[in-house]
Design a protein around this ligand. Structure first.
Ligand code: NAD
Length: 301
């Protein structure tokens, strides 16, 4: 049982994996982080260390609390070691079907029988990977939002083969790590959040590749007209450019639509190849720490 033994493995220590690991450790669970090699692990450690001040500033956590949370995390690039006693594995590896399928095949063999697997995939359905896991009844989706400690939604979604007890267990786990648990009773591509968000961000990038308006103008339009604190390009910087890149590339390949291809090419050549991966790297569509959209006159002209 997840809630009794409290051993959680997070696979992938990128933008979301590092946040899930720290949030889970912060709430008292023993966390193991798995990533593909020692370099990826070092990057993951670095990301997790950088979360500490956010927990202090945003949640009022003490230095002792954030250090204790960090000390509850161990790191492995060997999958068998990383999952040897896991009650739950939360998968947050790159949003690429083949990478995830290969991962689940290996994981299914490496993990003990008791282990529940949950995917944090934003755009792919758990039923796509259920067979590869070798344990479809113990597999489901557990989807977090970026900046998990503040944006504390957890969308928990069954695929047709998920055991109800597993679903209930993961809902209880999500609550135990400070999330608002949002159960989805049927499989829905993009869950609730991304059913709303992905078309919105894609519409903004379409305006850009059609050379209709620049990112700041598009953001201003949205922010002024809807009184929203963030426009689509602010959100894209927050998400990180890799994820929308993979989404648009996959859609271009699946549909042959040249506009999706154009968006993917733009994200790759102008942002990813130049190291502008969004807020995390100090630059994406905006430059940080003082991006234009927070300047007082941004919405005035
Ligand atoms: P990321 O690119 O920041 O990190 C991906 C991680 O996967 C890296 O640590 C990489 O080393 C690792 N990885 C790559 N190949 C691997 C393999 N074969 N085995 C194990 N690990 C491997 O991506 P991210 O933004 O953290 O996204 C990860 C997952 O979380 C995706 O499924 C994405 O849809 C989902 N997600 C992302 C966000 C977001 O805002 N970024 C929000 C919700 C969910």
């Amino acid at each position: 049982m997840i809630m009794n033994d409290k051993n959680i493995t997070v696979a992938g220590s990128g933008v979301l994996g590092s946040q899930i690991a720290f949030q889970t450790a912060f709430h008292g669970f023993n966390v193991t982080v798995y990533d593909i090699n020692d370099e990826a692990i070092e990057r993951g450690k670095d990301r997790i260390v950088k979360l500490k001040p956010h927990y202090q500033a945003d949640l009022g956590a003490s230095e002792e609390e954030v250090n204790a949370a960090y000390n509850r995390i161990s790191f492995y690039s060997d999958l068998s070691k990383a999952v040897s006693d896991a009650d739950l594995v939360i998968e947050a590896v790159a949003e690429v079907v083949q990478i995830k399928t290969d991962f689940y095949k290996k994981l299914g063999k490496a993990a003990p029988e008791k282990t529940i697997f949950a995917t944090n995939s934003s755009t792919l359905l758990p039923s796509q990977f259920a067979e590869a896991t070798g344990r479809p009844e113990k597999f489901l989706a557990l989807h977090f939002a970026n900046e998990i400690w503040k944006n504390n939604t957890a969308e928990i979604m069954k695929h047709p083969g998920t055991d109800q007890k597993v679903f209930d267990d993961v809902i209880a786990f999500a609550k135990a790590i400070g999330m608002v648990a949002l159960p989805l009773h049927k499989e829905q591509p993009g869950y609730i959040l991304n059913t709303l968000l992905v078309p919105f961000l894609e519409a903004a990038m379409t305006l850009l590749v059609r050379e209709i308006a620049d990112p700041e103008t598009i953001d201003k339009t949205w922010m002024i007209a809807t009184k929203s604190p963030m426009g689509p390009f602010v959100i894209l910087d927050m998400v990180g450019i890799n994820t929308p890149y993979h989404i648009e590339l996959a859609k271009a390949e699946a549909t042959g639509n040249p506009e999706f291809k154009k968006i993917a090419e733009l994200l790759k050549s102008e942002y990813i190849d130049k190291g502008k991966l969004g807020r995390e790297t100090g630059e994406g569509f905006y430059k940080y720490p003082n991006p234009n959209f927070i300047k007082p006159d941004f919405l005035k002209g």
